[in-house]
Design a protein around this ligand. Structure first.
Ligand SMILES: [Zn+2]
Length: 482
């Protein structure tokens, strides 16, 4: 091969190579220069409704470049959200994507809503209606509770129909619950009612006399019955223990009605401790005044026992009883104006609720008070849902302002639904095991007010002294958990 031909070939190759490189560069440049279409596509809804207390799970997003979804592993991104599932409100979720040195942003809106209906609790299967009492108000025992508003029994609307009673209630978010309780018409003759004379639960010290007070029998119309009751059971007052007296009646149609009385015989301990070992009881009643407060005040008056009331303005019809509590020598403390958990949103919201309640106390008594009890106690953790560290901050702020709070060291468990018997046992066991007892009770509970006389008698029998809480009383604090 000659050199000339060889050189020509090399030159042709070089030309072709240069052209190829130029074409490639032009191609690459055109690709690079073309505007890319970057889109952030949210999975799920842009406006998202989250039910209160449900976990928020972000559904994520995808990125499309020129309509082609790309792998998120090769993308730098941040998702910022501060959704508080326990507090109703609007929250934002921010997405920030860094792709090819450019920042792209997107937003999702999360609304935490209360869509949970309140509960209506009815403690009976039917409403009894007697032939002779048709026009009377029917006796129905109910309570309404809401996941967000707390107890809303006073908001229940009761509608008596021919064959049922309809109850309905709405929470503050507008969720409505309805309940129907059938009305049962009861034959007067079968509807025997046994009413015990005296108490259903009696505490007696060893050596005390048990006096059978008997019971009365009426028909469904409340008319005294001539039929006689069968009473069985005995009480040995020389031996400590529990005794049951049974009252029963069998109607002509064979229906049996039974009522029991429990008698507890205990040993007296009043002379086992001397004056230097004074045993003190602070009865404390929260959440009222309410429908049972007057009855409670009557009992306290009868025994000249003073208690401490941590008051609220939940049951406005009864709020005025703060005046009677005060005038009869009981101590008053602030519990809460509204007794809603959302007072724990901040120190400021708590203090406002506190001051508003203290103003009401002032309106009725002419005095502002310096003692208080936290709704839920200082150890409550529910407040965490509203604001972290808020109880600690409130406690510190309140103490700086000269306010003193009290928790308790004996829980009657009345708020948890204990019946009278359980309340009495809890309190008596509690006071027996300590020298100074601060007892948690609620004057808005029927069972509490029914048990208080027995508790007072027992305590007086055993040499306890009742006192009221004051700013300089021995502190009784739980540990703060939030
Ligand atoms: Zn309370």
């Amino acid at each position: 091969m000659s050199d000339i031909i060889r050189n020509k070939k090399i030159i042709t190759f070089l030309y072709l190579g240069i052209i190829a490189i130029i074409l490639l560069c032009a191609f690459l440049f055109s690709v690079k220069g073309k505007k890319e279409d970057v889109a952030i596509v949210l999975n799920g809804n842009e406006y998202y409704k989250l039910s209160l207390n449900n976990d928020y799970v972000d559904e994520g997003f995808s990125i499309k470049i020129n309509n082609k979804e790309i792998d998120l592993e090769n993308v730098d991104y941040k998702i910022k959200e501060n959704v508080n599932k326990e507090v109703i409100g609007q929250y934002e979720v921010d997405y920030e994507i860094n792709y090819d040195d450019k920042i792209y942003k997107a937003k999702r809106y999360v609304e935490v809503v209360d869509d949970v209906k309140p509960d209506i609790i009815v403690n009976q299967d039917y409403v009894a209606k007697y032939y002779c009492k048709k026009k009377d108000k029917l006796n129905i025992d109910y309570q309404a509770e809401d996941n967000y508003d707390g107890i809303i029994t006073d908001k229940v609307v009761v509608d008596v129909k021919d064959d049922h009673v309809s109850l309905s209630v709405k929470d503050s978010a507008g969720n409505e619950s309805k309940k129907e309780v059938p009305i049962k018409i009861i034959n007067d003759e079968d509807a025997a009612i046994i009413t015990l004379n005296g108490k259903e639960l009696i505490y007696l010290a060893v050596g005390d006399e048990y006096k059978e007070e008997g019971a009365s029998l009426t028909d469904g119309c409340g008319k005294d019955s001539n039929e006689s009751l069968n009473i069985s059971g005995t009480v040995d007052t020389s031996t400590p223990g529990e005794y049951l007296i049974k009252y029963s009646y069998v109607s002509a149609s064979g229906l049996e009605t039974i009522k029991n009385r429990k008698v507890i015989v205990y040993e007296k301990h009043s002379n086992t401790h001397n004056v230097n070992e004074e045993r003190v009881i602070y009865l404390t009643f929260d959440d009222g005044p309410g429908m049972y407060t007057e009855e409670l005040l009557d009992i306290l008056k009868k025994y000249d026992v003073k208690a401490t009331f941590f008051v609220t303005n939940q049951f406005k019809k009864y709020t005025h009883l703060i005046k009677r509590e005060y005038e009869e020598g009981h101590a008053i403390g602030v519990h809460s104006l509204t007794h809603k958990w959302n007072i724990y949103r901040s120190v400021a919201t708590y203090v406002k609720d506190f001051n508003d309640m203290n103003q009401i106390i002032y309106d009725y008594t002419g005095e502002r008070v310096s003692i208080f009890r936290f709704p839920g106690g200082s150890s409550n953790t529910v407040s965490k849902k509203y604001s972290t560290g808020v109880v600690k901050a409130i406690a510190s702020k309140m103490s700086k302002n000269g306010y003193v709070y009290f928790d308790w060291n004996v829980d009657s468990e009345d708020a948890a639904g204990a019946n009278s018997e359980k309340i009495i046992n809890n309190v008596i066991n509690g006071i027996n095991s300590r020298k100074s007892s601060v007892i948690l009770m609620h004057d808005i509970k029927r069972s509490t007010v029914s048990s208080i006389e027995t508790i007072i008698k027992y305590a007086l029998d055993n040499g306890y002294t009742f006192k009221t809480l004051m700013v300089n009383s021995q502190t009784c604090h739980h540990s703060i958990n939030n």
